[in-house]
Design a protein around this ligand. Structure first.
Ligand SMILES: Cc1cc2nc3c(=O)[nH]c(=O)nc-3n(C[C@H](O)[C@H](O)[C@H](O)COP(=O)(O)OP(=O)(O)OC[C@H]3O[C@@H](n4cnc5c(N)ncnc54)[C@H](O)[C@@H]3O)c2cc1C
Length: 360
């Protein structure tokens, strides 16, 4: 049973099809709304993307997710049942001195998407059903309020349609650009800086002599050893193709200082730092690529859940609005959808005879 009468279903645009946008879209269609998701990317995932290189796969954004909140635990259980997520039982360590890897056990289960991190968002997109649609490769450049409805604009001023309500599910600095017509939310989003991260993907012809599969790198800053924050043998995750695939993440400080550097140079620099951190001699990789995440993580984050402008039927959500990480992003999207639905129902109850389900 949906809360909204499908015959009078409002149309809602979601800008951004990462985990936050997709969880919002799913929650909205579950309650009877019609939803159109726009994402500028070529495929699903956002920062939970997976990149293919030859026969290998690299999770070059989010590495894994944990569940603390009961609602997220239930969502993860559904994804495991659906075969799109699985626990990752890799050996996790930490390095504070070059070449010395200590075990870092954790009571929390680490989950990954299978066969790649992007499987979860892909699954959410495919479960939208007939009331929802995702358009990839479409960048939204502006949202303008025209006679109480949201008109979306794309590249070359393309008209992307008009909607009763809008959910913006982008990293905060990108959200601010789209929220230009909503001063309150625009300023709040603009006030949240996000740190970059260089991500390097390297494969090797043989298994490297490193016992751990995921390693937090916490070298003292200022020593010249603080280039990395995390390295992982991606090929140790469940349902990955055979091979030796590693992902290396630059530390926030190093990534920021080197943000405009040539990707090839970055890949080589972080590879050298990797060999030194794990204490093995250099090996020539069979493939080596780098990806620049300009907006990887919010610092500091807020934990309001989402931003909501009741009057304009506008919400902004994402990891930055809810404590960070995949879990925060997912729950932020759900909360944005709940705010929107309850406001629409309130309006419908106040003016039950209106021809619009969302009277203004
Ligand atoms: C390198 C890295 C490592 C991480 N590691 C972890 C980890 O191990 N565990 C964890 O829990 N979290 C991790 N995170 C954080 C996690 O990935 C994010 O918290 C989460 O994926 C954010 O989801 P989101 O939906 O809020 O944003 P996003 O995933 O960024 O989604 C936003 C979407 O909007 C689209 N978009 C942007 N601008 C526009 C526009 N103008 N028009 C249309 N579409 C647009 C983008 O293509 C993207 O798909 C990591 C992030 C990075 C970058």
């Amino acid at each position: 049973m949906t809360l909204i009468d499908p015959a009078r279903a409002p149309s809602i645009a979601v800008v951004g099809g990462g985990i936050a946008g997709m969880s919002a879209a799913c929650a909205l269609v579950d309650q009877g709304a019609r939803v159109l998701v726009f994402d500028k990317g070529r495929g699903p995932g956002g920062r939970t993307s997976t990149r293919r290189r030859d026969d290998l796969r690299f999770d070059h954004g989010a590495q894994y997710f944990t569940a603390r909140d009961e609602r997220f635990e239930r969502a993860v259980a559904r994804w495991v049942d659906a075969g799109v997520a699985s626990p990752w039982r890799g050996r996790i360590g930490q390095v504070t001195n070059p070449g010395v890897i200590e075990e870092k056990p954790s009571a929390r289960v680490r989950y990954v998407g299978v066969p790649g991190m992007n499987a979860v968002v892909r699954h959410l997109a495919s479960s939208l059903g007939s009331r929802g649609e995702v358009r990839f490769g479409v960048r939204v450049t502006a949202a303008v309020l025209v006679e109480g409805r949201w008109l979306l604009k794309g590249d070359r001023n393309a008209d992307l349609g008009t909607f009763d309500a809008l959910i913006v599910a982008l990293p905060a600095p990108q959200a601010a650009v789209v929220l230009n017509d909503a001063p309150g939310l625009f300023e709040q989003a603009l006030a949240i800086p996000m740190l970059p991260c260089w991500s390097v993907m390297a494969s090797f012809d043989r298994r490297l002599p490193v016992e751990s599969d995921g390693i937090f790198v916490n070298m003292e800053s200022g020593t010249g050893d603080a280039q990395l924050s995390w390295v992982a043998r991606d090929s140790s995750k469940p349902q990955r193709p055979p091979g030796e695939a590693w992902v290396l993440h630059g530390s926030p400080g190093w990534s920021e200082a080197n943000i405009e550097r040539d990707p090839r140079e970055v890949a080589e620099a972080l590879l050298v730092a990797f060999f030194r951190a794990v204490g093995i001699s250099a090996e020539t990789p069979s493939t080596l690529d780098a990806h620049r995440w300009r907006f990887a993580n919010a610092e500091p984050r807020t934990s309001e859940g989402c931003l909501f402008d009741r009057q304009r039927l506008l919400a902004a959500c994402g990891d930055w609005a809810n404590g960070g990480r995949v879990e925060g992003a997912y729950l932020s999207g759900v909360q944005a959808a709940e705010c929107m639905i309850s406001e629409m129902l309130r309006r419908a109850q106040e003016q039950p005879t209106s021809s619009r389900p969302w009277p203004r």
